[in-house]
Design a protein around this ligand. Structure first.
Ligand code: NAP
Length: 335
């Protein structure tokens, strides 16, 4: 039996590293794209596996960005597109978030259609931000599911907060992908994975604690509170990053996942819940203990209701709970 070769964009990202680790354990060959040689070398040193290699694609929005890797590697039959800006520190929502997300996705799909007729499956990482209305678009009456779309318009995403810029970048990149599939009818299928807020450790350890990705940064915000601090009143829905990575693999291995949107979501969280888990477990960490009686009020104020039973049926595995996820993350951050 020949080994399947999987391409993954944004290979040095928090999510992608977990996907790579799990793919290699399952016997796949993996080619990842990064934006510089330095990032590729650092990743290769972490992964340490002869079945992993990288290619540098400095600008994914360039119309020839994915041309070289696809022509050079006709053995690639699975394409995972995870690369997208994940930051709220931007100057211009359109240039820094929306365009790279949308144009990067379209440049990948166009290149696959043109240069990789052998491609069987394509998985695109979207976000629950494409599905739920968050923040000022929060709607407590709606029960969202895999068919729902956030009401955020392109203009609102472009002209309001960076967080709306990010959520819009995911919504409009995903919409552009479905539109491409409808208009271009390529020979491959796409599956979209739309995760909620992800927590969980880094796949290969933390390289630089001063440069945490956004997910680790959220847990670190709670971990670095002092006993006298107020815990910010924030809540949302969580999934462990290892489960989200696993969902990307099911997304291309499963026939049932063809053409589907998978809303990967495990359970609700608040910062109080995270503080409570940490303070119960790490006796030397002096943070406020977290008031669990606030949870229900916070959920009602800002946490969307959802039904992702279709996704759970397709995925067919048990999810890591918030307690294990937070403890594994905190262990790494404290280590
Ligand atoms: P991450 O660690 O910041 O990784 C993002 C990856 O995308 C990195 O490889 C990054 O490369 C690359 N990237 C960013 N901007 C880019 C650009 N303009 N051009 C090319 N590559 C670019 O974030 P992550 O959490 O792993 O996110 C991975 C995917 O999951 C994203 O699509 C994100 O929207 C989605 N997601 C994440 C979460 C979460 O809670 N973490 C939840 C829902 C969805 P550099 O290192 O060179 O910047």
């Amino acid at each position: 039996m020949t080994t399947t070769t999987v391409f993954i964009s944004g290979a040095n990202g928090y999510l992608a590293q977990h996907i790579i680790k799990q793919l290699l354990v399952k016997g796949y060959k993996v080619i990842g794209s990064v934006r510089s040689h330095a990032k590729g070398e650092q990743l290769t040193n972490s992964v340490k596996d002869e079945n992993f290699s990288y290619i540098v694609i400095p600008i994914i929005t360039h119309k020839h960005a994915f041309y070289e890797v696809l022509l050079k590697h006709p053995e690639i039959t699975v394409f995972l597109h995870t690369a997208s800006p994940v930051t709220f520190e931007v100057e211009d929502n359109e240039n820094d978030l929306l365009r790279p997300a949308i144009d990067g996705t379209i440049s990948a799909l166009k290149a696959i259609k043109r240069y990789a007729p052998q491609m069987e499956r394509v998985v695109i990482t979207s976000s629950a931000g494409a599905i739920f209305g968050f923040n000022e678009y929060f709607d407590s009456d709606t029960v969202y599911n895999e068919d729902s779309w956030s009401p955020l318009s392109y203009e609102q995403s472009k002209n309001t907060s960076a967080i709306n810029g990010y959520f819009g970048s995911k919504k409009y990149a995903e919409l552009a992908a479905w539109e491409f599939m409808k208009e271009q009818t390529p020979s491959f299928d796409i599956t979209v994975v739309a995760p909620v807020y992800c927590f969980g450790p880094q796949a290969y350890g933390i390289k630089d604690k001063s440069k945490l990705n956004l997910s680790m940064q959220m847990v670190n915000t709670v971990l670095t509170l002092t006993e006298d601090d107020d815990i910010p009143e924030f809540g949302n829905i969580f999934a462990d990053i290892r489960d989200v990575a696993r969902a990307h693999i099911v997304a291309f291995e499963s026939d049932e996942a063809r053409g589907q949107r998978l809303l990967v979501a495990t359970e609700n969280f608040t910062f109080d819940k995270i503080a409570n888990i940490i303070s119960n477990h790490f006796v030397n960490v002096e943070i406020p203990p977290g008031n669990l009686s606030k949870n229900e009020r916070i959920y009602k104020l800002m946490v969307p209701r959802y039904d992702n039973s279709k996704t759970n049926r397709i995925l067919g595995f048990d999810f890591i709970g918030i307690e294990r996820s937070i403890l594994d993350t905190a262990d790494q951050l404290l280590g």
